[in-house]
Ligand binder design. Sequence first.
Ligand code: PTJ
Length: 271
Amino acid sequence: MTVETEIPADHPRKVSLLIRDTIIAGHTDHVVATAGLLAHGRGEAFDYLIGEQTTQLAEKAIKAAVASLLLARHPVISVNGNTCSLVPNDLVALSEITRAPLEINLFYYREDREDAIIRVLRTAGAKAVLGTRDRPSATIPELSSNRRKVDSEGIWAADVVVVPLEDGDRTEALKSEGKFVVAIDLNPMSRTAIYADITIVDNVVRALPLMVKYALKLKKKPKRELQEIVRSFNNDQNLGQSIRFITSRLEELSRDISVLRQKKPAGVRES
Ligand code: PTJ
């Protein structure tokens, strides 16, 4: 990957700039769509609102999401350009631990993008990648975008589908096909977020490594316990609390903006 700029080690926004550089490099290498750069900017803005941290609410959603993957008959992890560029190693690790194949599914489909994404996933250790043009495919009738074409042995046959960082229409379509949808989206008000069964309101760069950690931990738990974790999760409630988290954080900041000058992010943890 080609990195655009030297980022000084002491830059206060170093992590954010490094992530941004990864996305830009992904775009140069044809992994990330041009619109993916804009999507990333939108994500950055929402990440700022939650204090660039994994909230306890997101962690609860991560736990439920991983439990649902471990309980699934046929789980699949959908991969787009942004996710592939940001967290290829974690995608492969999560796929292996949960036995959920990776399937490339692009909104802005181009053959060179598909090839570039396969290369990155294979370099990260992926043994099999579904959704490629040489694979058997099926069509999701409710969708008119490129995303309608899915792998016959992947998303088409899946009972649980993970959709990290998506545009708005696919979750509804997957739901009408009877799938259980896990979304990762920093915007708790997006169409993807509100139609998914479990929405993780967090940055994929933090959420995916945590999902891997929970997958290793929960894999050892009995089925009963996993079922209880999924059953007790309420997505509407979690999204509502995520919005409240943002508003109360903003209210606190509006009373004392100086906390933003401190080194640590000014996050308000929910109890
Ligand atoms: O690679 P492709 O062709 O499949 O295209 C992928 C993009 C992302 C370009 C496409 O799905 C798209 O246009 O998405 P949207 O409509 O811009 O929506 C992206 C959503 O993801 C928005 O709600 C963002 O806030 C959110 N988002 C952006 N970056 C992140 C994120 N959520 C979690 N982690 C991020 N790093």
